[in-house]
Design a protein around this ligand. Sequence first.
Ligand SMILES: [Zn+2]
Length: 259
Amino acid sequence: MTKNRPQTHFFKIIFIISILLLFSFPQTALLQTASVEYICAGTDYETPVYIIKTDYKKPAIMIVAGTHGNEKAGIKAAEYLKDNLHIERGTLIIIPKANILACEENIRCFPQEINLNRVYPGNPQGNPVEKLAYEIFNLIKKYDIGLLVDLHESIEFYRKNPKNYGQTVIIDSDDDYLFELSSFLVEEMNKEIIEDGNKYQVLVDPVKGSTAYSAHHQLGIPALTFETCRKLPLSFRIGEQIKFVKIILFKWNMLAVQK
Ligand SMILES: [Zn+2]
């Protein structure tokens, strides 16, 4: 009988530790909460905005995709990220289909003659695309965004034809912070690119009326436009878009691991 006593004691300790673990793990998992809201609610342009929050609100990063509806990699990446990311701190705002009608029609712009990426900061009394830009612009202000990332694709490599932006990170001014940040991201992305022709480069090219230009020049928010080249396989491009966002989140200590 006396031989069993230490064993009983041992099992009691194991039992207490198990109970403590049971209570501590769900708390860790509950740190992140996800919700959805809609912009242009009640109109044909109504599109979801996913908000992933933690107890530590800062930093707040916004990911925009689907500004151009036929640039699929960014849209798929944004959808993957809103379903699969588990951030440890900060707030992440994800708009997978900014121009939802263009995304559904698989065309660049809807209507074709109005480019959402040229009408920022938008106009609440303007046409439906200007109203859409206005709501996205307001969202950037509402969540006190610290960095805006706009995901795009191009039909050609910038290296082959500088009229297109494939495989670039575009910044709308050459201020030191944006240049250092984009250079760091390009360096990280290029580490795993074997073919020189597929490597990324930083472009300083202010595009008035774009999401990133407006965030940076009108709100003073650092903003980047990321462009993959549609000549590369879709699955690769989606992976690249996801990787780009994850490197940023890791750098901002929002993710524990980069991959
Ligand atoms: Zn685009």
